[in-house]
Design a protein. Structure first.
Length: 429
């Protein structure tokens, strides 16, 4: 099977790495890929994965490439091409592709759509309002005492969410999104939610239009600095499983969230085939959904795929074919921890082109894998090429061992200005 993976981040490197282990994969490309992806080889025949210089958002070029190379199966990583309708385009041309279609991608590409859907189908979520008018938005913030979360409606690379503790902060957040247009067109409308207190966990479920198979729990660390301080980022590290939900509680969340979600999709004529990733707050009044994402999380993918025992080609194929009910997901009992090494200044401005050393030494450690995110090759050297540079990931018999292993690997890697959190998985321990 010839496989094309779309995207260039840590999530895509993890997808490529896992797909490459499948005996079904005989040739693989990644567009545009990164320096780490270019080092992967297929288990089946030792062929190198080839990076193709086509942007993940250049849908027609990607289509032409897939047709020319007679690609059998395309796997989409990031949210933007899904929201732009890449799945619909490939399917119109008779090509097999994994990921949600444009209609289903609205759960992530429009916070307003998502909020209204949850309210309509009784999915537990925060009290909220949706606004296109600045004055009305600020008035609603006042009804929550200014303790609220202000979200840009559209896609903003995981950064269009502002947490406010008082009315002054709330008004500033509304102005930033709707007046100053910090997140561009994504901020034409906003969703304002009550501020929920509790423990946040990431859930993932693989869907095939009828069936949803839930993954074990994981927990992301969104803030740039230790102790949950600093600016919001795309994610600075994650671990799985978490101790905050036992199997019975996880099944209960699945019943409260996934069942009405799938039922609502059928009622609305949304054929949801792909990955559903709800952010969940475990409050004293039970689990509440903060938002839906319509693709694998990053860096959650890194910890999930290092724990997954199934063949990923077969799983994604069943998701497209509507045959997930015949498959049982199998997971290693080991814990997995991923620590993101970022460029100095991220999530603000940062420099690129810093030489990275120690990658081979880190990868040589047992049960350790360094996933590349923002990297590229410059001659014989691998250099930084993004905000989040690497997702260093390690397995351990239990969480403490995995945490010790991952930080031992991080210590071996160096680049100018590198910064990372030292408390990934600390909440669980």
């Amino acid at each position: 099977m010839k496989v094309l993976v779309i995207g260039s981040g840590g999530r895509e490197h993890a997808l490529v790495w896992k797909l490459a282990q499948s005996p079904h994969a005989t040739q693989m490309w990644c567009a545009p890929g990164n320096a780490g992806i270019a080092q992967e080889r297929l288990n089946q025949n030792g062929t190198a994965v080839e990076c193709v210089n086509i942007s993940a958002e250049d849908l027609f070029k990607l289509l032409a490439f897939a047709q020319e190379q007679k690609v059998d199966f395309t796997v989409v990583g990031p949210d933007n091409p899904l929201a732009l309708g890449i799945v619909d385009l490939f399917q119109q041309h008779g090509l097999k592709i994994w990921g949600v279609n444009r209609k289903a991608a609205q759960f992530e590409s429009s916070k307003v759509f998502s909020q209204k859907f949850m309210e309509k189908y009784g999915i537990p979520t925060a009290a909220a309002g949706t606004f296109s008018d600045v004055i009305a938005a600020k008035k609603f913030c006042a009804t929550l005492g200014g303790k609220c979360v202000v979200k840009a409606d559209g896609l903003a690379l995981g950064k269009g969410v502002l947490i406010c503790h008082n009315q002054a902060e709330a008004e500033k957040a509304v102005d930033e999104i709707m007046v100053s247009k910090t997140f561009g067109a994504a901020g034409a409308n906003v969703v304002i939610q009550e501020f929920l207190e509790g423990i946040e966990v990431s859930l993932h479920a693989l869907c095939d239009g009828r069936t949803a198979k839930i993954f074990p729990t994981s927990q992301d660390h969104k803030r740039a600095l230790d102790g949950g301080l600093g600016l919001n980022t795309g994610g600075m590290g994650t671990y799985s499983p978490t101790p905050f939900l036992n199997d019975a509680q996880l099944a209960d969340v699945a019943a409260r969230v996934l069942e009405p979600f799938m039922r609502g999709c059928v009622a609305e004529g949304i054929d949801y085939r792909g990955l559903l990733y709800p952010g969940v707050m475990l409050t004293k009044n039970g689990p509440k959904i903060l938002e839906f994402n319509a693709r694998f999380g990053d860096p959650e993918t890194q910890v999930y795929l290092t724990r997954l025992e199934n063949d990923l080609v077969e799983l994604l194929d069943a998701s497209v074919n509507g045959t997930l009910d015949k498959i049982e997901l199998k997971w290693k009992s080991d814990a997995s921890v991923c620590v993101v090494m970022a460029s100095g200044g991220y999530p603000g401005n940062y420099a690129k082109g810093k030489v990275i050393t120690g990658l081979d030494a880190a990868n040589a450690l047992p049960h350790t894998k360094v996933f590349h995110a923002g990297t590229t090759r410059n001659g014989n050297e691998i250099v930084t090429n993004g905000g989040r540079v690497l997702g260093v990931t390690a397995l351990g018999k239990e969480l403490k061992a995995a945490q010790a292993a991952v930080y031992a690997a991080v210590e071996k890697i160096h680049f100018d200005g590198a910064h990372f959190r030292r408390d990934i998985a600390a909440k669980a321990l």
